[in-house]
Design a protein around this ligand. Structure first.
Ligand SMILES: Nc1ncnc2c1ncn2[C@@H]1O[C@H](COP(=O)(O)OP(=O)(O)OP(=O)(O)O)[C@@H](O)[C@H]1O
Length: 836
C-alpha cells in the first residue's frame, strides 16, 4: 500500500506538460524505429527469422547464412515483413510518418482531434497508391512485389475482377482528386494557384535576368563616372599647381571644369539636404501614435463612423478628403496678368482658366455599401487566416479606397501581404494593392479600386489656391492623391522625370498634364520645350506654340523632333547649351540659373560677353524605346549626361516609354532619374524596372499612377486633360504674336567633321579672327572675344566657321582647339578658296 502510494506520488510529481512531452517523444521514437525497419526491408529476412530457434537468438554469431539484414534485427524483420510484404509495400512508410505527426502533436500538446482528417487522408492515400502499384504489378510484373505489398495486389485484383480496365481509370481519377485535395480544396483555386506558380516562376526568372543586366550596366556607369570624376579632379589639381597667366586660354577652360564640378556638387549637396529633411519628417511621423498620424494626414477631411450592423465588432471610420481650396474667380488670370506685365520683351496673355472644361460633378460620391461589403470581405478573409483586426479606416480617393487596418499587436504584418492573391480573388478586383506596413506605422493598407471612378479634371487641380499661389519655378500638379489633395511637384527639384506605362495607361494624357500646368504658370520668355516625339502624333498639337515656347535646332523647319537622327542632334545641342550655360554661370559667379537671371535682369551682366536671359528648358521625350532601338548607346549618352549635370542650369528631362525593359531604361539612365512615374504596366517585372518594386502592375489604368521619388511612393489619379482642351490652350497662345522664331539651340558639330553652319554666311571678322588664331596658335573662343571685343555667341560662331574652313581642329572640351595652319601663306590660300 505504502509502495503504491509512493509510486503515485512519483508520477504525480511530473506536471501534465512534462508527461505529454515524454509520451510525444516515445511515440516519435516508435515511428522512427518503424521507419528504419521498413526502409531496410529485405525479402530474405523473414525466411531466416522463421527458421531461427529461440536459442539461436542468444548466440553471439549465427554465421552469415543466418544473419538478418534488417537494421532492427529480428523484430525489424517481422515488422517490415508485415508492413511491406503483407500490407502496403514500401508505401507503408506513410504509417511511421503519421505516427510521428501524432507524436509531435502530443509533444506540443496540440489538439489531437485536428489530426483526424490528415490521418484518414494519409491512410486513404496509402491504400490508393499501393493498389495502383499493385494493379501494374498484376498486369506487367515488371518490378518487385515489395512496392505494392500483398494487400495492394489483392485489392487491385479484386477491383480488376469487378471493373476490368475501368479499374485503372477509377484509380487514376481517385489519385488525381486526392492530389488536388492535397494542393488545394478548390479546383478553380488550384488552377489559379498553378497558374500563379508558373507565372511567378517566369517572372522571377525574367526579373533575375533583368536585374543582372541592370547591375552590370549600373556598375559600368558608376565606373565611368568615377573615371570622369578622377580626371576632372586631376585637372583641377594640376590647374591649382600651375597658375596660368590670364591671357592664355586654357585657364578659363580649366576653371570652367572646376566650376561645373562645384555647381553640380553644390546642387547634389542640396539634394542630399532635402533628402535628409524628408527623412527627418518621416522619423517624426514614426514617433507619433498611429491615431495622431491619421489626424494629421486627414486634418482637412470629413470623417464618418459607419455603423454597419455587422456581427464583427471592428469599427470602421470613413474619411473623404475635402480637397484643396479652390482659387477665387479670376485669381489665376490676375496673377498671370501681373507676371506677363513684368516681362516687357513680348506682349503676352496667359491662357485663361475658362479654356478648360469645368468638372461636371463636384466632389467624390461615397458608396457606403461598397465600403461595408469590402470591409466584410477583408475581415472575413483575414479571420480565416487567424489575423485579428482591431480597427479600420477607409480613405476614399477618386480611383481607389484605402483601407487602413490596424492588426492586433501579435500579428506579423508581412503575413497579411502574403494573402494578397486571396483577397484579390475575394474582392474580385483587379488593382488591389497591399501596403504592408504603411510607412512609419504598424498598420496595413489595402487599396481597393472603387467600382465607379471619379475623373479628376485638370481645371480642378489648376484652379486651386495651392497651384495658383505656388512659388515653384516649374510647378506640375499631376492630379489628386487618395486624400483628394492636389499632388504638386516642382520640376526643378526633381530634377528629371522618368515615366513608364503600358499603351493606353494614360501616359500621353500625363505628359499633356505636365505641359498644360507649365503653360498656365510660366511665361514664354522663361520656359522653352524641346519636344521629341518619334510617334509623330502625340505632341503635334504643340506646333501652334512654336514661336512662344519651343526650342529648336538652328535652321530647322520642323519644331517637333520626330526622327532619331534629329533627336540625336537636338540632344547634343541641348548638351552644348548646358555647357555654355555652365560657362555663363561661372563668368557671372553665381550658382544657379535663378540667381543668374536675376543678376542679368538687374543689368550686372554684359551682353557683349555673351550673357543672355536663360529660360528653363524642359526636354520631353515621348517614347524613349523608339530612340533606343535605333540609336542605342548614342542616344543614351547625351540623355545620361544631361540628367547628370543639367540640374543647376535649368534644363530638365521628362522621358516616357511604354516599354519599361532594361534595354530601354538602362542602368545608366535609371541611375540618373531619381523621380519616376509608373502608370499601369503589364507585369511585375516592368513595375520593378521602373519603380524597383511591384505595384504598377496592380494599377487600374486611365491615369492611375504611382509617383516615386526618394521619399517613398504616392498613388495618384492623374488629372485628365483632353486633346480639345490642349488645342484650345495652344491655339489661344499660338494666335498671339510671340517671338519672331522659336528659341534657337546652339549649333553642334556633326560626326563627319562638318558643321551645319554654312560657310557662305562668313562673318565679317573671319579673316581677322583666322590671323589671330594662327598668330597665337590657339583656337579658343575667349581669345577671339578679347582680341576682337565681340560677344561669346559671335566668337563661338566664328570658331565654328574656322573649324569648317580647316583652320582649327575639332572641339576638345576643356582645352583649346588645335590650330591646323602655321604659315601665313597657307592661310592666304584658304582665304582665296573662300573668295575672301
Ligand atoms: N487621367 C485620366 N483620367 C481619365 N481618363 C484617362 C486619363 N488618362 C487617360 N485616360 C483615358 O485613357 C485613354 C488612353 O490614354 P493615353 O492616350 O494617355 O494612353 P497612353 O499611355 O499614352 O497610350 P499610348 O502609349 O498608346 O499612347 C485616354 O483616351 C482616356 O480615355
Amino acid at each position: 500500500m505504502a509502495k503504491k502510494k509512493k509510486n503515485n506520488s512519483f508520477l504525480s510529481s511530473f506536471d501534465y506538460t512534462r508527461k505529454m512531452e515524454v509520451a510525444g517523444i516515445l511515440i516519435m521514437a516508435v515511428a522512427a524505429l518503424l521507419l528504419l525497419s521498413i526502409a531496410s526491408y529485405n525479402p530474405a529476412d523473414y525466411g531466416i527469422v522463421k527458421t531461427l530457434s529461440s536459442e539461436s537468438l542468444l548466440q553471439v554469431d549465427r554465421g552469415p547464412a543466418l544473419r538478418v539484414n534488417n537494421w532492427l534485427g529480428v523484430i525489424g524483420a517481422y515488422i517490415s515483413n508485415l508492413f511491406v510484404h503483407v500490407l502496403f509495400g514500401y508505401v507503408s512508410i506513410i504509417v511511421p510518418i503519421l505516427i510521428a505527426s501524432l507524436g509531435w502533436y502530443v509533444f506540443r500538446q496540440k489538439p489531437v482531434a485536428e489530426l483526424g482528417w490528415p490521418l484518414a487522408y494519409g491512410i486513404w492515400v496509402m491504400v490508393l497508391i499501393s493498389t495502383t502499384i499493385g494493379w501494374f504489378y498484376n498486369e506487367y510484373e515488371a518490378y518487385s512485389m515489395a512496392w505494392s505489398g500483398g494487400s495492394g495486389i489483392s485489392v487491385a485484383q479484386i477491383l480488376h475482377n469487378i471493373t476490368g480496365v475501368g479499374s485503372i481509370i477509377i484509380l487514376a481519377v481517385l489519385l488525381f482528386v486526392s492530389a488536388l485535395i492535397l494542393i488545394d480544396r478548390d479546383l478553380q483555386k488550384t488552377i489559379d494557384t498553378l497558374k500563379s506558380w508558373t507565372s511567378d516562376f517566369r517572372e522571377n526568372r525574367d526579373r533575375k535576368r533583368e536585374e543582372r543586366l541592370r547591375k552590370k550596366e549600373e556598375k559600368a556607369a558608376i565606373k565611368q563616372r568615377q573615371k570622369a570624376d578622377a580626371a576632372a579632379k586631376k585637372e583641377m589639381e594640376s590647374a591649382k599647381k600651375q597658375p596660368v597667366s590670364s591671357d592664355t586660354d586654357t585657364a578659363p577652360d580649366t576653371q570652367k571644369h572646376s566650376s561645373i564640378d562645384d555647381i553640380v556638387e553644390r546642387s547634389q549637396e542640396e539634394d542630399r539636404k532635402r533628402e535628409l529633411e524628408k527623412k527627418k519628417e518621416r522619423a517624426e511621423l514614426e514617433k507619433l501614435p498611429p491615431r495622431a498620424i491619421l489626424e494629421k494626414k486627414t486634418a482637412a477631411e470629413e470623417k464618418t463612423v459607419v455603423d454597419d450592423n455587422d456581427d464583427d465588432d471592428v469599427e470602421i471610420s470613413v474619411f473623404v478628403g475635402e480637397g484643396d481650396e479652390e482659387a477665387s474667380e479670376r485669381e489665376l488670370d490676375r496673377v498671370n496678368k501681373d507676371k506677363a506685365r513684368e516681362v516687357p520683351v513680348i506682349k503676352y496673355k496667359f491662357p485663361g482658366i475658362d479654356l478648360l472644361d469645368a468638372p461636371p460633378n463636384e466632389g467624390n460620391e461615397v458608396d457606403l455599401d461598397e465600403i461595408k461589403e469590402n470591409k466584410r470581405i477583408i475581415l472575413d478573409k483575414l479571420k480565416r487566416h487567424k489575423i485579428e483586426i482591431l480597427s479600420i479606416n477607409a480613405i476614399v480617393g477618386p480611383t481607389v479606397t484605402l483601407y487602413e487596418l490596424e492588426p492586433s499587436p501579435d500579428v506579423k504584418i508581412s503575413k497579411i501581404e502574403s494573402y494578397a492573391n486571396d483577397l484579390k480573388m475575394a474582392t474580385a478586383s483587379h488593382g488591389l494593392r497591399i501596403i504592408a506596413p504603411i510607412p512609419g506605422r504598424s498598420a496595413v493598407g489595402i487599396e481597393v479600386p472603387n467600382s465607379t471612378r471619379e475623373t479628376v479634371y485638370i481645371k480642378s487641380v489648376i484652379n486651386t489656391k495651392k497651384f495658383v499661389e505656388t512659388d515653384h519655378e516649374l510647378p506640375v500638379a499631376f492630379g489628386k492623391t487618395i486624400e483628394n489633395e492636389v499632388f504638386m511637384i516642382d520640376l526643378t527639384r526633381m530634377p528629371h522625370l522618368l515615366i513608364a506605362g503600358a499603351t493606353g495607361s494614360g501616359k500621353s494624357v500625363g505628359i499633356n498634364t505636365i505641359i498644360t500646368c507649365l503653360l498656365y504658370k510660366c511665361h514664354p520668355d522663361n520656359l522653352k520645350f524641346v519636344l521629341v516625339d518619334p510617334k509623330k502624333i502625340e505632341l503635334s498639337l504643340y506646333r501652334n506654340i512654336q514661336n512662344h515656347y519651343l526650342a529648336v535646332l538652328p535652321g530647322s523647319e520642323e519644331p517637333i523632333v520626330t526622327n532619331t537622327d534629329m533627336a540625336l542632334e537636338t540632344l547634343e545641342s541641348v548638351t552644348k547649351e548646358m555647357d555654355e550655360r555652365y560657362d555663363l554661370l561661372k563668368m557671372a559667379m553665381v550658382r544657379d540659373i535663378k540667381s543668374y537671371n536675376e543678376k542679368f535682369k538687374s543689368g550686372e551682366l554684359d551682353e557683349e560677353l555673351g550673357h543672355r536671359h536663360l529660360p528653363y528648358i524642359v526636354v520631353i521625350i515621348d517614347e524613349l524605346a523608339d530612340l533606343m532601338m535605333t540609336a542605342g548607346k548614342q542616344i543614351e549618352e547625351p540623355i545620361a549626361r544631361l540628367a547628370q549635370l543639367a540640374r543647376a542650369i535649368g534644363i530638365h528631362l521628362v522621358v516616357a516609354t511604354q516599354r519599361p525593359s532594361v534595354n530601354v531604361i538602362t542602368g545608366t539612365i535609371k541611375a540618373n532619374f531619381p523621380a519616376r512615374i509608373a502608370y499601369q504596366v503589364a507585369s511585375k517585372v516592368d513595375s520593378r524596372t521602373i519603380l524597383d518594386t511591384g505595384g504598377a502592375d496592380q494599377l487600374v489604368g486611365r491615369g492611375d499612377m504611382l509617383f516615386a521619388s526618394g521619399a517613398g511612393m504616392t498613388r495618384i489619379q492623374n488629372a485628365y486633360v483632353s486633346a480639345e482642351e490642349v488645342e484650345r490652350v495652344t491655339s489661344f497662345i499660338g494666335e498671339q504674336k510671340g517671338f519672331k522664331k522659336p528659341f534657337q539651340l546652339p549649333v553642334v558639330e556633326t560626326d563627319d567633321g562638318g558643321i551645319p553652319d554654312p560657310l557662305d554666311d562668313i562673318d565679317d571678322l573671319f579673316r581677322e579672327a583666322a590671323k589671330i588664331v594662327v598668330l597665337h596658335q590657339q583656337g579658343s573662343v575667349s581669345l577671339l572675344q578679347r582680341k576682337l571685343k565681340i560677344g561669346y555667341n559671335r566668337a563661338g560662331r566664328i570658331i565654328d566657321q574656322l573649324y569648317n574652313a580647316g583652320v582649327v581642329g575639332p572641339y576638345q572640351g576643356s582645352t583649346a582647339r588645335d590650330v591646323k595652319i602655321t604659315e601665313e601663306e597657307d592661310l592666304d590660300e584658304i582665304f582665296e578658296e573662300l573668295g575672301l
